[in-house]
Write a protein that binds this ligand. Structure first.
Ligand code: CAA
Length: 380
């Protein structure tokens, strides 16, 4: 067992850190305030290979491992959690699913542009009535000759209004419950697929999450991902990997909030000395650093297990559960250490606080992670 990053992983961390500090940090507060989509930064992430980190080079990806992928999402999110989720959705919810379940034709046609940033991807499972109960799909797909006709409404489609391709789950056989769900590779430029609204959110505001409608939307049959009835299994498998990405996003948010708090406690003086000299403040910083380290180790280990071909369902859920709660806890404490300044938009910690919250919700709430973990540990 060794705990050191390889030279390549360390170099990757440095590259991503330089990129976000130089190019994203100057605009992050404004984009958050105005909910501005980061067009140029998404393009640059593509050029740097950050949108297809673990996709094989054969399909236009960077061909790196999942630990490297976790490092990328962590570093993006340390400065800008919106960039973190935009990249995470494209990498793990779309490219990973397409590489694992796609046909050769689908990979040649779609994976290469998605992995290299020439296209952007989104993932669409949630519906108004299907959140934690993901199997309760109402969107339907009916086979008609060489195509499927899709009707329904999807919620919380991150990247939806900028995506070219969406992995979408729909019911092809409602009588079969979760075994009647099928996955599709939607072309958003075809008629019948529209954005109903872009959500006005608490956090990760520079990343857009949309409600989308499908109205007699016709999709050629070659764009079905996997077999009919395999869609729920495909969605769950994709989410297992996605949860490592969200765990990494949470570690990055926690790290950003912690560093902001550490710096502030060095310069802020009360009662004639920097406040980090007070034991209550120092102990809070110690707890932050300890929890973040534990969250990072859980996240990297889940990624490592995936790289080794080991089972990682429980480990990804543990990492996401612990890292997201660590992000929320750390951001809350970071505000507390800033006192009333932490409550002001002049300081970044209120943004970390708002961004942290979603990591306890999307890609499975903390309650769903506990459900997955408890099922896994009692099953054997
Ligand atoms: N990995 C692989 N397969 C899994 C799985 C997993 N983690 N969890 C369940 N399955 C399989 C089961 O083995 C079972 O297969 P068989 O039919 O072959 O036996 C099948 O799926 C049904 O499983 P369950 O009976 O356990 O299904 P359930 O309905 O009781 O519970 C759930 C499933 C775990 C609660 C699931 O619905 C779930 O994960 N819900 C949360 C949904 C979620 O994470 N949504 C996120 C939306 S995407 C998003 O947030 C994107 C974004 O914006 C960034």
């Amino acid at each position: 067992m060794h705990f050191q990053l390889s030279d390549n992983q360390q170099m990757l961390r440095d590259t991503v850190r330089q990129f976000v500090e130089k190019e994203a940090a100057p605009t992050v507060a404004h984009r958050d305030e105005e909910a501005i989509w980061p067009t140029d930064l998404v393009k640059k992430m593509g050029e740097l290979g950050l949108l297809g980190v673990a996709v094989s080079e054969e399909y236009g990806g960077a061909g790196l491992d999942y630990v490297s992928y976790a490092i990328v999402i962590e570093e993006l999110s340390r400065v800008d959690a919106s960039l973190g989720v935009i990249a995470s959705v494209n990498n793990s919810l779309v490219c990973y699913g397409l590489e694992k379940f796609g046909t050769e034709e689908q990979k040649r046609e779609l994976l290469a542009p998605l992995a290299s940033g020439r296209m952007l991807g989104a993932f669409s499972l949630s519906e108004p009535g299907a959140g934690s109960d993901a199997a309760a799909q109402k969107t339907t797909a009916v086979r008609d000759g060489d195509s499927y006709v899709i009707n329904g409404v999807k919620n919380w489609v991150t990247n939806g209004d900028h995506a070219d391709t969406i992995i979408l789950m729909a019911m092809t056989d409602p009588a079969r419950g979760h075994k009647g769900i099928t996955a599709f590779l939607v072309d958003t430029h075809a008629p019948g697929c529209s954005i109903v609204k872009v959500e006005n959110k608490l956090g990760i505001r520079s990343a857009h999450s949309c409600q989308m409608a499908y109205d007699n939307y016709r999709l050629p049959a070659w764009r079905r991902l996997g077999e009919e009835g395999q869609g729920f299994k495909i969605a769950m498998t994709i989410l297992n990997a996605g949860r490592i990405g969200i765990a990494a996003q949470a570690v990055g948010i926690a790290q950003g909030a912690y560093e902001a708090a550490l710096n502030y406690t060095r310069i802020r003086e009360q009662f004639g000395r920097p406040i980090h000299e007070f034991q209550a403040v120092g102990f809070t910083l110690a707890d932050m650093a300890t929890r973040i380290k534990a969250a990072r180790l859980l996240t990297y280990e889940a990624a490592w297990r995936k790289d080794q071909g080991l089972d990682y369902v429980k480990d990804a859920s543990m990492a996401k559960l612990f890292a997201s709660e660590t992000a929320m806890w750390t951001a809350t404490k970071a505000i507390q250490l800033h006192g009333s300044n932490g409550y002001s938009k002049e300081y970044p910690v209120e943004r970390y606080f708002r961004d942290a919250k979603i990591t306890e919700i999307y890609e499975g709430t903390s309650e769903i992670q506990r459900l997955v973990i408890s099922r896994e540990i009692t099953r054997h």
